[in-house]
Design a protein around this ligand. Structure first.
Ligand code: UD1
Length: 366
C-alpha cells in the first residue's frame, strides 16, 4: 500500500513549493500517494486557482475553505477542519511548506494526532518576532519530525536551537525547482510587451508585508520614494496593499497617476515570472522573490530591516533597503555597478526528488 501523504497548500507562495513535491511524489505511485489539501487562506482566482493551472496541479483532494480573517481565526479555523480530516483519513505523513499560518496550524494539528510532519523550507530565521511568519517558522520547526532546509545557515539555526542533527536534511530550495522548470516558458510570454516595457529597462516591485503596508503613512512614504524613480516600475498590487491604498486614496496622494509606476492586479506565475526574468531590478518585501532574483542574477532590494534568507545577500544579488537608502541603491543598480552574485549550493531544480527519497526512507523505517 502506498503511504498517504497530505501536502498542504494554502497561500500564494506555497503553490510554487508544493507543485514540484506533488510531481515527485506522484512519480512514485507504488511508494507514495500525495493528496493536496487546500486550506483556503488565499482564495481569489489570481491568488490561488491561476497557480494551480499554471503549475499543472490537480484539483485539491479537499478544500477546507477557511478563507481570510485574523490570525487566530485563520489558525483556529484550519485546525478544527484539518483535525476532522486527519481523523477521517489518517494520512501517514503531513508535509508542510514555508511559513504561512496554515503551515503552523496544520503542523500542530498533525503532531497532536501523532502523525509525522515534514517541514520544507525549515530553519529560516529573521529573528524578528513582530513578523507572523517568524512565529510560524519557530513553532513548526519545534514539532516537525523532518526538517528540510534550503541552505546551510538554516541548518546552523536549527542546531543552535538544539534540534537533533538527525532531523535536519539539507536538500536545497524547493521554490527553485518550480523556477527551473518554468523559466524558459515564462521568458517567451509577451507580458512585458503588453505593459509597453522594454526588456532590461524596467523594475518589478511588490509590497505586502504588514510592517510596510498596514500603516498608510508608512506605505505613503515608500510610494513617495518609488514615484520619484527614474525607471518604469511594474507593481502587481497584493489585496492587502490595495485595500490600504484605496481606503486612504494613496494613488492620488502619492501621485501614482502620471508617474512611471504601472499598477497591475496580482498575476499568475508565468506572467509574473516573464516580468521578473526581463527586469533590470526588483524592489520587494517578499521572501521568495529575493531567492528568485538570486537564482536569476537580477539585482534585488529588499525593503525590510532583516531577512530570514541571508544567503541571498551573502551569495546572491540581494541587499536590504530602507526608504532612505532606496534611491541611492537604485542608482548603483542602474549604473550597472551592482554585485553579480552566485547561485547557492543545491538550488539546482532537484530538491523535490531529494525530499521524496528522504520521506520514503523515513516512512520505511517506522
Ligand atoms: C500571507 C502570509 C505571508 C505571505 C503572503 C503572500 C501569513 C501570516 N502571511 O500574507 O507570509 O508572504 O501570504 O501573499 O500567513 N486577500 C484577498 N484575497 C486573497 C487572499 C487575501 O482579498 O486571495 C486579502 C484578505 O483581505 C486578507 C488579506 O488579503 O485578509 C491578507 O491575506 P492573509 O492571507 O491574511 O495575509 P497575506 O498578507 O496575504
Amino acid at each position: 500500500m502506498p503511504k498517504k501523504i497530505f501536502l498542504i497548500a494554502a497561500a500564494r507562495p506555497n503553490f510554487m513549493k508544493v507543485a514540484p513535491l506533488w510531481r515527485a511524489m506522484a512519480a512514485r505511485p507504488d511508494g507514495l500517494q500525495p493528496l493536496l489539501i487546500h486550506t483556503g487562506q488565499h482564495y481569489d482566482h489570481n491568488m490561488s486557482d491561476v497557480f494551480f493551472e499554471d503549475l499543472g496541479l490537480p484539483v485539491p483532494h479537499v478544500h477546507l475553505g477557511v478563507g481570510g480573517g485574523s490570525h487566530a481565526q485563520q489558525t483556529a479555523g484550519v485546525m478544527v477542519k484539518f483535525e476532522e480530516l486527519c481523523l477521517q483519513e489518517r494520512p501517514d505523513m503531513v508535509v508542510v511548506v514555508g511559513d504561512v499560518n496554515a503551515t503552523m496550524a496544520t503542523s500542530i494539528t498533525a503532531a497532536k494526532l501523532h502523525i509525522p510532519v515534514a517541514h520544507v523550507e525549515a530553519g529560516l530565521r529573521s529573528r524578528d518576532m513582530t513578523m507572523p511568519e517568524e512565529v510560524n517558522r519557530l513553532l513548526t520547526d519545534a514539532i516537525a519530525d523532518l526538517l528540510f532546509t534550503p541552505s546551510r545557515d538554516a541548518d546552523d539555526n536549527l542546531l543552535a536551537e538544539g534540534v537533533a542533527p538527525g532531523r535536519i536534511k539539507l536538500v536545497g530550495n524547493i521554490m527553485i525547482d518550480s523556477l527551473v522548470g518554468s523559466v524558459e516558458k515564462a521568458r517567451r510570454l509577451d507580458t512585458c510587451a503588453r505593459f509597453g516595457l522594454t526588456a532590461g529597462r524596467f523594475g518589478v516591485m511588490t509590497l505586502h508585508r504588514p510592517a510596510n503596508v498596514d500603516d498608510p503613512d508608512t506605505l505613503a512614504r515608500i510610494l513617495d520614494v518609488l514615484v520619484g524613480m527614474d525607471i518604469p516600475l511594474v507593481f502587481p498590487v497584493h489585496p492587502r496593499t490595495r485595500a490600504v491604498m484605496s481606503q486612504h486614496d494613496l494613488g492620488a496622494k502619492c501621485g501614482l497617476t502620471g508617474s512611471l509606476i504601472i499598477l497591475a492586479d496580482p498575476m499568475g506565475y508565468y506572467e509574473f515570472m516573464n516580468l521578473v526574468v526581463h527586469a533590470q531590478l526588483i524592489i520587494t518585501d517578499s521572501g521568495g522573490l529575493q531567492e528568485e532574483a538570486t537564482w536569476l542574477g537580477i539585482p534585488c532590494l529588499t525593503l525590510r530591516p532583516n531577512t530570514e534568507r541571508p544567503v541571498t545577500i551573502s551569495e546572491g544579488t540581494n541587499e536590504l533597503a530602507t526608504v532612505a537608502s532606496l534611491a541611492e541603491q537604485t542608482a548603483i543598480i542602474l549604473a550597472g555597478n551592482w554585485k553579480k552574485g552566485r547561485v547557492p549550493d543545491l538550488w539546482d531544480g532537484r530538491t523535490a526528488p531529494r525530499i521524496v527519497e528522504e520521506i520514503e526512507q523515513f516512512l520505511t523505517k517506522r
